[in-house]
Ligand binder design. Sequence first.
Ligand code: ADP
Ligand code: MG
Length: 247
Amino acid sequence: MTESNETILSLKHIKKTFGEHQVLKDISFDINKGEIATIIGPSGGGKSTTLRCINLLEEPTAGEVDFHGENVLAPNYNRNIYRAKVGMVFQQFDLFENKNVLANCMVGQELVLKRSKDEARKIALANLKKVGMEQYVNARPSQLSGGQQQRVAIARAICMDPEILLFDEPTSALDPEMVGEVLSVMKNLATTGLTMIIVTHEMAFAKEISDQMFFISDGVITEQGKPDQLFNHPQNEKTAKFLSNFQ
Ligand code: ADP
Ligand code: MG
């Protein structure tokens, strides 16, 4: 939304194979600083694997992941620093069940960023406020609704000051009435200059928020462009067919 011309992340010919199965065949794209990119496409097409190759939860079989022009897969690259700069929000929230909301937002700051307790608490409270969860600091995840848990997960992620935040179907596990509150938090975040890459099936949201969209199917990007191009002038038959189900 506050996109610049500075490329922050480049995927170059990423391939990923599990055993005999080539899940990603050749994925390349550039993401600019501050850009909001969404990835859409059919189930099993390789969307999650693409995100997991970006944050190195999976090791690409071939290709390059460049962050600020440096290949993070190079043997001498400091992956720990990179990993701390690329946050991820998962479909299933993945909060620490045995910690309250405040502690969930503090622990990574203390362990990874070596912030003091006081500083971590201050930053946690500020970010919980941003997602409307400041009144739940003492609650355990199990006491919260799915939408509230996901808002805490987003607050926890931004407490780490990521340069890029990845979202893998952040609303897919939610009851329909809770989807809106999470999407609204994400729309607010998008205006802060944070770079976001979002896998989603929420097409109206994707259309509204995206600077760039990628349609991934069978391990390749079959179409990419501005929302207007994908929704109104798709060039690829698969994209057109998939999107016609959502109009
Ligand atoms: P999407 O997120 O688009 O639904 P995924 O990236 O999760 O797709 O999966 C793409 C394909 O890769 C699927 O066929 C899936 O079964 C396979 N796959 C994903 N992760 C693994 C894994 N760890 N081991 C084996 N196969 C996997
Ligand atoms: Mg997936």
